[in-house]
Design a binder for this molecule. Structure first.
Ligand code: SAH
Ligand code: SF4
Length: 392
């Protein structure tokens, strides 16, 4: 693999004040914004309509300055400016890969940093969004898992990542217009840093904004939440979000999965599969994506492939094979292309789509599972990583 130096650009950043004092409108649910407006004197009868108008300005047209919200009275705009702000995460660095993938490091309140990745593809573009700073889980093949959890992101910080990317892509429509078709940012995957189902409410509220016809206007079929298997929240995801579900499956026996995805010790394969069986019906989605990272000599045998199709029998599914993306100190190696092909064929012959995910943005460490904020200090030692992976 040839690695070329990434083109790194520093983005001009606007100094931001607060967070104490005025309330940030980004990330508030419709109800919360309504209540906030009423608390600051908006008549109850008008509040619902005002929320719709403000949402359109913020999420439909990318406006951050109340003065530009010209269908609101001057007095109301002044009131808004006095009591509220419209703030999104601040871009610290922006890197562009040779394949067009963009990675942003953004700073959020408290000086914490998270990463966002934009992946352009033929006819669509996917934004990989983070839900936590770090992760409490310690999947042994994941770089984020070596970073201690610092905190959950707020709903504003989650949807704010979408606004950051749309700013950078320059794809806000003209005021008053809509650009639902042919968007550069057409899909969202919750596959960045963190376990989204350990931050359920904030993820839900942010995704509601992403799906709202006066919000970002993405169909729920274009939003995919990836979880390591937080079983009690899977049914809630179907009921309260209704997006597509991806599951970090990665192993076909409890013994191996316990090592790779330690949450398996809490909710094992049997319990997990039971929760997955009811997901498509409740969420009215077509199929579940089973993510399966290909680790040399660990989970990539023909027997694994056969066991996998046995296990998921009856679940409408697609199996996404992810060649392991290496990171410094990682205790695994990527399976060979031949092995991945053989595995994929068994799965395919059993009647499942089994695409191999093309690693994107490897030259800027933007590929799946490589994210980890650069400023994070409490790094685990290589020894510790290996011990947790059961390799020493
Ligand atoms: N916490 C969630 C979402 C973030 S990870 C989850 O675990 O599902 C997104 C996907 O990347 C998951 O399937 C994860 O298992 C996978 N992944 C993590 N580290 C990886 C690596 N080094 N190489 C390839 N895939 C990786
Ligand atoms: Fe956390 Fe997902 Fe990485 Fe596991 S794979 S450590 S759940 S981010």
């Amino acid at each position: 693999m040839s690695v070329t130096a990434p083109i790194t650009q520093d983005v001009h950043t606007i100094p931001r004040k607060l967070p104490e004092g005025p309330q940030n409108l980004i990330g508030l649910t419709r109800e919360a914004m309504r209540d906030a407006l009423i608390a600051h004197g908006t008549p109850e009868k008008q509040a619902k309509m005002r929320v719709g108008q403000i949402w359109q300005w913020i999420y439909g047209w990318g406006v951050r300055d109340f003065a530009e919200m010209t269908n609101l009275s001057k007095a109301f705009r002044a009131e808004l400016a006095e009591n509220f702000v419209i703030e999104i995460p601040e871009v610290v660095t922006r890197q562009v890969s040779e394949d067009g993938t963009r990675k942003y490091l953004v700073r959020i309140a408290g000086g914490h940093e998270v990463e966002i990745v934009y992946i352009p593809e033929e006819g669509r573009g996917t934004l990989c969004v983070s839900s936590q700073v770090g992760c409490t889980l310690t999947c042994s093949f994941c770089h984020t898992g070596t970073q201690k959890l610092v905190r959950n992101l707020t709903a504003g910080e989650i949807i704010g990542q979408v606004l950051v990317a749309r700013d950078d892509l320059g794809e806000w429509p003209e005021i008053g217009a809509k650009n639902v078709e042919g968007r550069l940012l057409s899909n969202i995957v919750l596959m960045g840093m963190g376990e989204p189902l350990y931050n359920f409410e904030n993820v839900r509220d942010a995704m509601k904004i992403a799906m709202d016809p006066e919000g970002i206007q993405l169909s729920r079929r274009r939003i995919t939440l990836s979880t390591s298997g937080v079983v009690p929240e899977i049914a809630r995801t179907a009921e309260e979000i209704g997006c597509q579900l991806a599951i970090s499956f990665h192993a076909t026996t409890d013994e191996v999965r316990d090592k790779l995805v330690p949450i398996n010790k809490k909710w094992n394969l049997e319990v997990l599969l039971e929760a997955l069986r009811s997901y498509p019906k409740v969420s009215n989605s077509e199929r579940i994506t089973f993510e399966y990272v290909m680790l040399h000599g660990v989970n990539d045998s023909d027997e694994d492939a056969h066991r996998l199709v046995e296990l998921i029998k009856g679940i409408p599914a697609k199996i996404n094979l992810i060649p392991f993306n290496e990171w410094p100190g990682a205790p695994y190696k990527r399976s060979s292309n031949n092995r991945i092909r053989a595995f994929s064929e068994i799965v395919y012959n059993a009647g499942y789509a089994s695409p191999v995910r093309k690693p994107r943005g490897e030259d800027i460490m933007a590929a799946c599972g490589q994210l980890k904020s650069a400023t994070e200090r409490s790094r685990k030692s290589r020894k510790q990583i290996e011990a947790e992976a059961g390799l020493s």
